[in-house]
Design a protein around this ligand. Structure first.
Ligand SMILES: Cc1ncc(COP(=O)(O)O)c(C=O)c1O
Length: 479
């Protein structure tokens, strides 16, 4: 038999990473460190990657019952974010969203959420057995996106559902749009309703007066993904709680349910490092990202055929504030789909956007981006010419789908696979999630309508992606 040499061993993932890790690529996607973090501690982390890759051994504490260095690191984190307690998360903000829902809700409890929430909230619904009360976010028809929920609509929903136990909002949504979080907190104060915030995209909020206000001023529990916009490793995140409404022990228990028993010290070290970095120069770093984004916004609006969204959008469609460190570039009014531009930038210029939808392309800018990155992006976009605007606005879901079963009931029901095109009137068995941004169009237990099939068909035909639809066009429905 022919002897295998190292050369013959195939490692498809390593090969793909080697190809991607090309030094000349320009990254406007997560993680926030952009592959570039070079500080003193980050360099030590890089050099000691294998050396420090340990898990709970004597002297290194216990994530699930911390008494030593993890406890001290989490205490410093809580102090920085004005929390009573903070927790390191090793399974993304996703695990924090599930755990805070688990701490606040019991099976059958009602929780008020936006119809356009991230799929981690769906996981929270299935695992807790809580019942969603949906509210429709507002829509920006020109940009073709959901925007935010308003305090007025939240107040109305609570009036109609007086037993609601918790309100869970997203601050900001992927586009950087923030709701009137103070207004929402006023609506629920004195009502014995727990206020939960998915702040996955806002760990930098509050570090500069130029950024939106953070959830820490109002929420009982809030979750952030420093890996998305700051410098920690992918998958690391943190969760904060404040006040008496969240049972800390139950929260800790829920975190154990959704977390490994072999936590990575590399990831926790990167969280500790990121916290220290933000404590030391959070304002300087966030304002650097804001300045880079502002120069990009100005140039894109001046020398390219595209529209980069800015503060002029405030006050419209429930948008109370905006994170200007991210760029939302509308390309549909210049005659392109977001998918087309995303592909063009990648193939022709090695510029990687965070994601695209039918109408827009999104770029995440962190303090580890450079002026050169911005110049390359503007130059690439400026190489395109104005065309006539693409087709009419295809409506996003205008109303909440009809519910036949709660998400957890649907999850436990027997199911089968059928073609999407033949699914009208069937009950959805596995969420149909527009990905990115990870927002379900139809949830398990909801009835699939003609308009869902049309939206998904248009999306897939124009280059978009949907989790829950196989490459053969099948989906899971209940029997
Ligand atoms: C709004 C929102 N919440 C939660 C999450 C989950 O974050 P993570 O990827 O850190 O688990 C995401 C991920 O993109 C998100 O966009």
């Amino acid at each position: 038999m022919k002897k295998k040499t190292n050369k013959n061993l195939k490692m498809p993932l390593i090969e793909a990473l080697k190809k991607y890790g090309d030094k000349n690529s320009v990254r406007f996607h997560m993680p926030g460190h952009k592959g570039r973090e070079r500080g003193r501690i980050a360099s030590a982390l890089r050099e000691n990657l294998y050396n420090w890759d340990v898990t709970e051994i004597p002297g290194l504490d216990d994530l699930h019952q911390p008494r030593g260095p993890i406890k001290n690191a989490q205490k410093k984190l809580a102090k920085l974010y004005g929390a009573d307690h903070s927790f390191f998360l090793l399974n993304g903000a996703t695990s924090g969203v599930i755990a805070m829902m688990g701490a606040a809700l019991r099976p059958g409890d009602e929780v008020l959420i936006s119809q356009a929430s991230h799929k981690s909230i769906l996981s929270g619904l299935i695992l807790t057995g809580a019942r969603p009360v949906y509210i429709m976010p507002e829509v920006d028809e020109k940009l073709g996106v959901f925007t935010q929920v308003s305090p007025k609509n939240i107040a109305k929903a609570i009036e109609a559902n007086p037993d609601v136990k918790a309100v869970l909002i997203t601050n900001p949504v992927y586009q950087g749009f923030c709701p009137d979080i103070q207004g929402i907190s006023r609506v629920i104060e004195d009502k014995n309703i727990v206020f939960l915030v998915d702040e996955a995209h806002g760990p930098h909020f509050g570090f500069s007066p130029l950024l939106p206000i953070g959830a820490g001023h109002f929420a009982d529990a809030w979750v952030q993904s420093p890996h998305k916009v700051l410098a920690s490793f992918t998958q690391s995140a943190w969760l904060h709680i404040k006040g008496e409404r969240i049972d800390k022990n139950r929260l800790g228990y829920f975190l154990q349910l959704v977390t490994t028993t072999s936590p990575s010290y590399i990831m926790m070290a990167s969280l500790d490092y990121t916290r220290a970095l933000m404590e030391y120069k959070g304002r300087i770093l966030t304002e650097k990202a804001l300045q880079l984004a502002e120069s990009a916004r100005r140039r894109i609006n001046k020398v390219t055929p595209f529209y980069c969204v800015g503060p002029e959008i405030l006050g419209q469609n429930g948008i109370y504030d905006i994170d200007l460190s991210r760029l939302m570039v509308n390309v549909s009014q210049a005659g392109y789909t977001g998918y087309e531009i995303d592909e063009f930038l990648r193939q022709r210029f090695k510029i990687f956007a965070e994601y695209a939808d039918f109408y827009n392309v999104y770029f995440l800018i962190s303090f580890l981006n450079t002026k050169r990155d911005i110049r390359q992006l503007v130059k690439a976009l400026a190489s395109l010419r104005q065309r006539s605007p693409i087709g009419e606005f295809k409506p996003l879901l205008g109303r909440i789908p009809k519910k036949a079963l709660e998400p957890r009931e649907a999850f436990n029901y027997s199911s089968e696979s059928i073609l999407l095109q033949a699914s009208q009137g069937r009950i959805c068995g596995q969420a149909l999630v527009l990905y990115p941004p990870g927002v379900p169009l139809v949830m398990p237990g909801e009835i699939i309508e003609k308009q869902h099939i049309e939206i998904l068909t248009d999306l897939l035909n124009s280059g978009g992606a949907c989790q829950g639809v196989t490459s053969g066009g099948s989906i899971i429905v209940l029997k």
